[in-house]
Design a protein around this ligand. Structure first.
Ligand code: NAD
Length: 332
């Protein structure tokens, strides 16, 4: 059976998802590329052999020929379009974050719970990255003992001009919040956010450093530096009582020259997580076939947004902020 996917948003991530679905996964066809910029949608459709283009996301979601929807439009579109997919009874892979507003995440959860069926997967693709898979495995099989701490570093070359001061916490950090929750199997209890005194807070993408505690007693730290200049770099280490798991970036080679050994950093996230995106998308399509949900749920989307909201409050107040979720619905 071939699943017909409607892809909404043909920007950087949308183009990458279209390439993955058209070139790297069998049993799927791109039925629609939808972008409010139809020239961009047409370009991606031509590049990937997609059947149709549209500038109307709701028409795509409700088209009877569309079996499933992938949302890669900007953050503020995610919750309304995900709700439209739920109303149409269609499985949806929605890029992170589900929303930057936890109340809006709860609306999505309420709509999904009402159907009694898991339809929503959130694009927290690090759950499919083999380094983080190893971390979870080492914790699960006891080889590093109980977890004590997790260190996380997220560095981009430069923040886009549209990046606001809080987006380090609301747009970038949800990846770190989700992967730490997932690897540790814990919810967060509190967050404290700091900014180096020397950083200019009016500059887009000023760095932030966060310290979180989990309900299980671990400490997690997260550095988000969207203007790190030297390359896209994600680092992490899970520290247990008997050992640790340290992430290695997938690099194909090392250049040895002039008495130096050199590895190159990618300019953005796509090469670093190429395999994770592929595995995530393949798992999503397989889950539609089998009816067994995988990956991050709408609940996970809510949980990371709740942490981000508390993080923004902490940055503004200069104090630690407690994180208090609603009771988890039985669907999750
Ligand atoms: N999972 C990841 O690692 C990852 C990485 C980067 C971005 N993202 C997320 O992916 C999303 C897209 O990011 P991007 O970098 O591709 O942005 P982008 O600006 O490059 O692309 C967004 C596209 O959506 C289109 N668009 C805007 N509003 C629309 C609407 N209402 N309907 C249809 N199309 C619309 C724009 O014209 C644009 O082409 C963001 O939510 C971002 O947070 C996820």
């Amino acid at each position: 059976m071939t699943l017909r996917v409607g892809l909404i948003g043909a920007g950087i991530m949308g183009a990458d998802h279209a390439r993955i679905l058209s070139q790297q996964i069998a049993g799927v066809s791109l039925h629609f590329i939808c972008d409010r910029d139809t020239a961009r949608a047409r370009q991606i459709a031509d590049d990937t052999g997609a059947a149709h283009v549209s500038d109307d996301p709701l028409a795509v979601i409700n088209d009877r020929q569309v079996d499933a929807v992938l949302i890669a439009s900007p953050d503020q579109t995610h919750a309304p379009l995900t709700k439209a997919c739920i109303a149409a009874g269609k499985p949806v892979l929605c890029e992170k974050p589900l929303s930057q507003d936890s109340a809006e995440c709860l609306d999505v959860i309420a709509a999904e719970v009402k159907t009694g069926k898991r339809l929503v997967q959130i694009g927290f693709m690090r759950r499919f990255d083999l380094g983080y898979v190893d971390m979870k495995k080492a914790l699960g099989n006891g080889s590093i003992g109980p977890a004590l701490m997790m260190h996380n570093f997220h560095r981009n070359v430069s923040a886009p001009p549209s990046f606001t001061g809080q987006m380090a916490i609301t747009n970038s950090a949800p990846h770190e919040f989700d992967i730490a929750r997932y690897v540790l199997g814990e919810e967060f209890e509190s967050i404290s956010v700091f900014r180096p005194k020397l950083a200019d807070p009016t500059k887009v993408g000023a760095p932030v450093f966060m310290v979180l505690t989990t309900c299980g007693g671990q400490i997690v730290n997260v550095e988000i530096n969207n203007n790190a200049a030297y390359g896209y770099d994600v680092r992490g280490e899970l520290v247990g009582e008997k050992g640790s798991v340290f992430l290695r970036s997938p690099v194909a080679s090392e250049l040895n020259v002039n008495l130096q050994s050199v590895i190159s950093y990618p300019a953005d996230w796509r090469p670093r997580f190429a395999e994770a995106y592929r595995l995530q998308n393949a798992a999503w399509l397989k889950s539609i076939e089998t009816g067994k949900p995988v990956g991050a749920s709408a609940w996970d989307g809510y949980a990371s947004t709740l942490v981000a909201e508390a993080g923004v409050t902490s940055l503004e107040s200069g104090s630690a902020v407690r994180i208090i979720p609603i009771a988890k619905p039985a669907l999750y």
